[in-house]
Design a protein around this ligand. Structure first.
Ligand code: ADP
Ligand code: MG
Ligand code: MG
Length: 249
C-alpha cells in the first residue's frame, strides 16, 4: 500500500507539490487526473526518486517503508516501477539480453541469487507470450526501430518481468495512439493483482476507458482536490478542470 502524507516538493525556488495526500491500497488502480502543469509528473518522479526535486515536508511510504530515505535503485528493488521513464535505445544489445540483465540486476539489488540463462529465458519468454510480444522482437536491438506501440509493449513487458508492487504510468501529454493505448491497457489489466497497486496518471479520460480505475483523484495546484469512483473521470470529461483551478480550463 502506498501512503503519501502532506507532501511538499519544490524545484529550485518553485513550489510544485503543496501538501499532497494520497493513499492507494493493495490491489487498487488509482487514476490521477489534472490540468497540465499541476505536478502530476513531478509526483511520479518524486516517488521513483529522480534527482532535482526537493522534498521539504511530508512522507511517502510503500508497505510501511519510507521511500524518501532510499536511493532510486533501492526503491526499484522494493517494487517501485515507473513506466516510460527510460525509452532507451540500445543499438548493439538484443532486447532479450537487456531484459535478462534487468531481471538479474533486480535480484542482486534484493540480495537474491542470480538466475542462470535457461531460467531467465524461460521467464522472459513466458512473460512475452502473455503480452503478445513475438520472439522476433526479443531478438531485435532494444527499442531501435520499434514503433510507438512496440516501445510501449516492451516497457510493459519489462514491468511484467519485474513484478512491481507499485506500477506508475505517466501518460505523457503528447498522448498515445490507439495501438499503444490498447497495448498499455491490456498489459496493465493483465498485471492487476490483489497485492499490486497502480497509479495511472493522465490528462485525458480516454485511457480510463481501457484501464478501469477503482478510484479517481483530481489533482490541481499541487495537491489532490477531490477523490471518488470511476464516475468522477466521466464528470471531468464533461466539466473540465475549471472548478479546480478557478478559471476557464
Ligand atoms: P504535469 O505533469 O501535471 O503537467 P509537471 O509535474 O510536469 O506537471 O510540472 C509541474 C510544474 O513544474 C510545471 O509548472 C512545470 O513547468 C514545472 N517544472 C517541471 N519540471 C521542471 C524543472 N525541471 N524545472 C523547473 N520547473 C519545472
Ligand atoms: Mg503492496
Ligand atoms: Mg506530466
Amino acid at each position: 500500500m502506498l501512503e503519501i502524507k502532506n507532501l511538499h516538493v519544490s524545484i529550485g525556488e518553485r513550489k510544485i507539490l503543496d501538501g499532497l495526500d494520497l493513499t492507494v491500497h493493495d490491489g487498487e488502480v488509482a487514476a490521477i487526473m489534472g490540468p497540465n502543469g499541476t505536478g502530476k509528473s513531478t509526483l511520479s518522479y518524486v516517488i521513483s526518486g529522480r534527482e532535482g526535486y526537493e522534498v521539504t515536508q511530508g512522507e511517502i511510504r510503500l508497505d510501511g517503508l519510507s521511500l524518501l530515505e532510499l536511493a532510486p535503485w533501492e526503491r526499484a528493488a522494493k517494487g517501485v516501477f515507473l513506466a516510460f521513464q527510460y525509452p532507451v535505445e540500445i543499438p548493439g544489445v538484443a532486447t532479450m539480453t537487456f531484459l535478462k540483465a534487468a531481471l538479474n540486476a533486480q535480484r542482486r539489488a534484493r540480495g537474491e541469487e542470480e538466475l542462470q540463462t535457461p531460467d531467465l529465458m524461460k521467464r522472459v519468454n513466458d512473460a512475452a507470450a502473455k503480452l503478445g510480444v513475438g520472439k522476433e522482437m526479443l531478438r531485435r536491438p532494444l527499442n531501435s526501430g520499434f514503433s510507438g506501440g512496440e516501445k510501449k509493449r516492451m516497457d510493459i513487458l519489462q514491468m511484467a518481468l519485474l513484478e512491481p508492487s507499485l506500477g506508475i504510468l505517466d501518460e505523457t501529454d503528447s498522448g498515445l495512439d490507439i495501438d499503444a493505448l490498447r497495448v498499455v491497457s491490456e498489459g496493465v489489466n493483465a498485471l492487476r493483482d490483489k497485492k499490486r497497486s497502480f497509479l495511472v496518471i493522465t490528462h485525458y479520460q480516454r485511457l480510463l476507458d481501457y484501464i478501469k480505475p477503482d478510484t479517481v483523484h483530481v489533482m490541481a495546484k499541487g495537491r489532490i482536490q477531490r477523490s471518488g469512483g470511476p464516475q468522477l473521470a466521466l464528470e471531468l470529461e464533461e466539466s473540465g478542470y475549471k472548478d479546480y483551478i478557478g478559471e476557464a480550463a
